[in-house]
Each structure stands twice: as structure tokens, then as C-alpha cells.
Ligand binder design. Structure first.
Ligand code: IPD
Ligand code: CA
Ligand code: CA
Length: 281
């Protein structure tokens, strides 16, 4: 990438970490006083509160103050300036069900695309103080510690993260769980896809699969996993940015096995399953 873009990216990388910490620490205050929050339903098992909206507004304001021409896609506020060279893709609180119910598995997720390519990712967990961050070509880190994806070669060698939402038919997901367990594997779903992808980058989980996820849930995680030496599917295939896609991420020695365990039926099912299964990176 040209030096101009590299410098421009570095500036955004610094801002992303600083704003994630500021916004995350405010979100943590709201988490500790969550009895005061009004919880609204956006759909089946899909909630939102002022904590989500206020956190996104804060991030949008700080990005706009520094980089007024950048584009922005956020879960709560939608898309602005989609044709900008740099596009921020953020989920102010990923793991809202955990947040509103007093569990710690929630985080802020900030990804940046440059010319349509995911190049920067920050996932901040205010409860643990862990700041996961990665910039293309510079590796992935948690705070100052370098990350390396798992070296597992079989599902039996560790724990897989899974995600599921009611955007997908239940029947399209259960055969995958059956095959995973039948091959000696084990899974967890902690409620935050972004945090579980950061855990894949950290080698804590051997991989992650969710049959349909939105771009704001996974853009940061995609960069984290790749920069930690793992492999991720081509999430942006088709209209993944705006419509979502499956996400498949794993240590590189497990990726092909994970794709085979998901099975061709998933790739052939219409809707969100149809795209994004190609190898990339
Ligand atoms: C959800 C979480 C969940 C995943 C869903 C997401 P939210 O995001 O990441 O783990 O399975 O697909 O929608 O609603 O907590 O921001
Ligand atoms: Ca989310
Ligand atoms: Ca969210």
C-alpha cells in the first residue's frame, strides 16, 4: 500500500484504539447502572438500549471530528458516505443480550476498510481491559502482547466458537453442531461474535462459525484473525457489507476441516448461506 495510505491508516489505528477506550469506559459505566436503561426489542432475541445508541454517537462524533470525509457504517445509525476511501464499520456494543442481562461477554468492535479491503480492526472489552488490535501487515495484539491463531489441526484439539441468530432457520444449523460434536469437537456461544473472533486471533478458540453475521459484528475480527496468521472466508463476497454473510474463521491448520464440517449444504442454501465461502487470506 502507498505511503500516503499507510500514514493515513496509522492515524486511524491510533484514533480507533483511543475512541474505543473512551467510549468503552462510558459504556461500562452504563453497564454498571443498567437497571436505569430502557430496553427495546428490534426483533426476536435482538435488543437495543441507550447504551448502544449513545456509544455509537460518541464514536461517530470523534471519527467525524478528525476525519470528516470518512464513511461510516454502524449497527444503530446506518451508512454514511459509502464511497469514501476509508469506511469505518462499527458495532458500538456487540453482545447486547449479555450487556442488558449483566453478563460480561460484550465489547466494542471497530473495523476500517480502505478501498473496500478490511485493513484495521479493534475489539475492546471494557470488563477485562483487553484491547485487541490489528493493522494489515503489522500483526495482531492484545494490549501490547502479539497474538497467534491456534495451531490445532482437528476439531477435537480445542474449543470452537459458534454463533447463531434467528435470521437463519434452525434446521440449517443443527447438522453442523451434530458433525462437530460427533467428531469429538466442543463449542461455546458466549453472546458476542466480535469477542469470539478476537479469541480466535488469540488462539483461545480454535475457530468460529456463524451461518449469518453482519459486517459490524465481524469486520474488526476478520483483520485480527488474518493478522494473527489465521484464515477467514471471503465475507465481503456478494453484498456482504450491507446484507451480511456466513463467517468462518480458524487457525490455518483447521480451516479446511471447519469448512468441510459446515458442509456444502450450507453453501448451496439460498439467502445468506449462498455467499462468502471461498478461501481468502
Ligand atoms: C449479535 C452477537 C451474537 C451473534 C449475532 C449478532 P448484538 O450482535 O454478535 O453473538 O450471534 O449474529 O447479531 O446484537 O449483540 O450486537
Ligand atoms: Ca453485534
Ligand atoms: Ca450491537
Amino acid at each position: 500500500m502507498m505511503a500516503m495510505a499507510t500514514n493515513a491508516l496509522q492515524a486511524r489505528y491510533q484514533l480507533a484504539q483511543a475512541v474505543a477506550r473512551r467510549a468503552g469506559d462510558k459504556a461500562l459505566e452504563m453497564f454498571r447502572q443498567r437497571d436505569r436503561l430502557v430496553i427495546e426489542s428490534k426483533g426476536l432475541q435482538d435488543m437495543v438500549s441507550a447504551a448502544d445508541r449513545d456509544t455509537e454517537l460518541l464514536i461517530r462524533a470523534e471519527v467525524a471530528a478528525r476525519f470528516a470525509g470518512d464513511g461510516f457504517l454502524g449497527e444503530e445509525g446506518g451508512l454514511e458516505r459509502p464511497d469514501a476511501r476509508f469506511l469505518w464499520v462499527i458495532d458500538p456494543i456487540d453482545g447486547t443480550a449479555c450487556f442488558v442481562n449483566g453478563m460480561h461477554a460484550w465489547c466494542l468492535s471497530i473495523g476500517v476498510l480502505c478501498d473496500g479491503r478490511p485493513v484495521m480492526g479493534v475489539v475492546y472489552d471494557p470488563n477485562s481491559g483487553e484491547m485487541f488490535h490489528a493493522l494489515e501487515g503489522q500483526g495482531a495484539f492484545v494490549n501490547a502482547v502479539p497474538l497467534k491463531a491456534s495451531g490445532a489441526a482437528a476439531l477435537s484439539e480445542g474449543v470452537l466458537g459458534v454463533g447463531f441468530s434467528h435470521r437463519v432457520p434452525v434446521s440449517a444449523f443443527l447438522p453442523f453442531l451434530d458433525r462437530t460434536l460427533s467428531s469429538g469437537g466442543m463449542f461455546i456461544r458466549n453472546g458476542s461474535g466480535a469477542l469470539m473472533l478476537a479469541y480466535v486471533a488469540a488462539g483461545r478458540l480454535i475457530g468460529y462459525y456463524e451461518p449469518h453475521i453482519n459486517a459490524w459484528d465481524c469486520m474488526a475480527g476478520i483483520v485480527l484473525v488474518r493478522e494473527a496468521g489465521g484464515t477467514v472466508n471471503d465475507f465481503l463476497a456478494g453484498d456482504g457489507l450491507l446484507q451480511g454473510n456466513p463467517i468462518i474463521a480458524a487457525g490455518s491448520g483447521l480451516y479446511a476441516t471447519l469448512v468441510a464440517t459446515i458442509g456444502p449444504a450450507q453453501a448451496g442454501t439460498p439467502g445468506p448461506h449462498a455467499n462468502g465461502l471461498a478461501f481468502s487470506g
